[in-house]
Design a protein around this ligand. Structure first.
Ligand code: MG
Length: 166
């Protein structure tokens, strides 16, 4: 059985994961509109990942006899002047999600919710990876600067990202 407070927070986290996905899908369109198909592919893979994240919490809640209450997804704000700015926003967003995951873990400990703690170990690791990936791309973009051919190569590289990740 799952406690009410924990259930509410998991439902909020389902919303946050799908909201993240919406942000990435909008950024995917942003890149596609600028003919940067590799970046667009990377963003679309992120969108799929976020849906999987949302579903992990969704399944967890249902398996434990909880109630899923899906919430509204807001319109994402994705105004950016440069590619670097997009990835600064991605990094900022993932840091926000990391904070949320850590708060949820604090709650799971307070409530002696051991199954949720175990689930969250995966998410804690995943957030390290999410921040690391965004930071790595941001660093590359800073090195590239205005060099079009390097940007072309990075776009090609990001286009290689496949769809089997979680
Ligand atoms: Mg996520």
């Amino acid at each position: 059985m799952i406690r009410q407070k924990v259930q509410e927070e998991i439902n909020d986290q389902i919303q946050a994961e799908f909201q993240s996905g919406w942000l990435y899908l909008q950024f995917s369109a942003w890149f596609e509109e600028r003919n940067l198909d590799g970046f667009a592919n990377w963003m679309k893979m992120q969108w799929q990942e976020e849906q999987n994240h949302g579903l992990k919490f969704y399944d967890h809640l249902l398996r434990r006899g909880g109630q899923v209450e899906l919430q509204a997804i807001e319109k994402p704000t994705v105004s950016a002047e440069s590619i670097s700015e997009v990835f600064e926003k991605v990094l900022e967003h993932e840091r926000y999600i990391t904070k949320r995951i850590h708060s949820l873990y604090d709650l799971a400990k307070e409530e002696d919710d051991y199954p949720l703690q175990t689930l969250l170990h995966w998410f804690i690791d995943e957030q390290v990876e999410e921040e690391e990936n965004a930071e790595a791309i941001l660093e590359q973009l800073k090195m590239i600067g205005e060099d079009g051919s390097s940007l072309y190569l990075l776009d090609q590289e990001l286009g290689q990202r496949g769809g089997q990740e979680q």
